[in-house]
Design a protein around this ligand. Structure first.
Ligand code: HEC
Length: 182
């Protein structure tokens, strides 16, 4: 009887202990690893803004402030880097040509039309083949309307960043920003 009670108690503990010690979840590759922080727009640092003439869009690129502070020339991006590429339409004249502000820059329409994200964490990337793997980076797309994660293929994200930027830790503007002369 005592033995029984002890087993019951231990059984209860066995259920409780793993939850209490809460190991990090096992990593499986995919965009579900990336969360878009609700406060990204207010909190993140916009370190680059590109007027894209062909697409008539403005590409705003933001990074979390912790990673921004840790950027170093010649070094890989810090773990915990969360980079957000948020596009806006350029305001157009009646002919469909982008209007320019006093500095010759495009004038954004208020809404975001696309949110592409890149995040790097220690141990990520395991499970992608050599034709796709971008070091320890994952990619994801989010709805500009409600911030929900979008489904759909992401292979093009991996291949383009891999083919063009393997030597720059798979980033374009982030590496360039960290390595520009200041
Ligand atoms: C054909 C090449 C190509 C593809 C495909 C592509 N990117 Fe990029 N990406 C770029 C370039 C080039 C930039 C730099 C910004 C610019 O010039 O538009 C960039 C910039 C970024 C940035 C900002 C950080 C940085 O590296 O500069 C993020 C985040 C990003 N891309 C995520 C994605 C995601 C997510 C996808 C897939 C949904 C994707 N990219 C697909 C070429 C590509």
């Amino acid at each position: 009887m005592r033995r029984h009670a002890l087993f019951a108690a231990l059984g209860g503990l066995a259920v409780l202990v793993p939850a209490a010690l809460a190991q990090p979840r096992a990593y499986t590759p995919g965009p579900q690893n990336i969360e878009l922080p609700a406060d990204w727009h207010a909190r993140f640092v916009r370190y680059s803004t590109i007027d894209n003439r062909n697409r008539k869009i403005i590409r705003n690129i933001y990074i979390n402030p912790e990673a921004f502070a840790a950027l170093q020339p010649g070094q890989p991006m810090p773990y915990g880097s969360l980079v957000i590429l948020a596009d806006q339409r350029a305001r157009l004249d009646a002919q469909g040509t982008p209007l320019l502000d006093a500095n010759g820059r495009f004038i954004p329409e208020p809404a975001f039309i696309g949110i592409n994200v890149q995040q790097k964490e220690r141990g990520w990337g395991e499970g992608y083949g050599p034709d796709l793997r971008n070091g320890e980076w994952e990619y994801a797309r989010f709805s500009p309307a409600d911030g929900s994660r979008l489904s759909g293929p992401l292979n093009a994200c991996f291949t383009c960043h891999l083919q063009n930027r393997a030597q720059q830790d798979f980033t374009f503007t982030t590496w360039d920003y960290a390595n520009r002369s200041r």
